[in-house]
Write a new protein. Structure first.
Length: 74
């Protein structure tokens, strides 16, 4: 599995592996898994991002703060 890391300002980097602690550090807290549909990408976000009033993510404005997108390898 490949992880696409997207910072709040839109910078993108890729990682092959991430531990839970690394994911939590990147999003700035506890992670929440989000999947919109069977064909859409999946995301990890900060579970309390809205209540912490994190800024909107510039690349994916439906999220706040840093996000992690899961990229399925084919």
């Amino acid at each position: 599995m490949k992880y696409k890391l997207i910072t709040v300002d839109g910078k993108i980097t890729y990682r092959q592996r991430m531990s839970l602690k690394q994911m939590q550090k990147f999003v700035g807290g506890y992670i929440e898994f989000i999947k919109f549909s069977m064909t859409a990408n999946s995301f990890y976000v900060n579970e309390k991002g809205l209540s912490l009033r994190l800024p909107k993510n510039k690349k994916y404005s439906m999220f706040v703060g840093n996000i992690i997108m899961l990229k399925e390898e084919k």
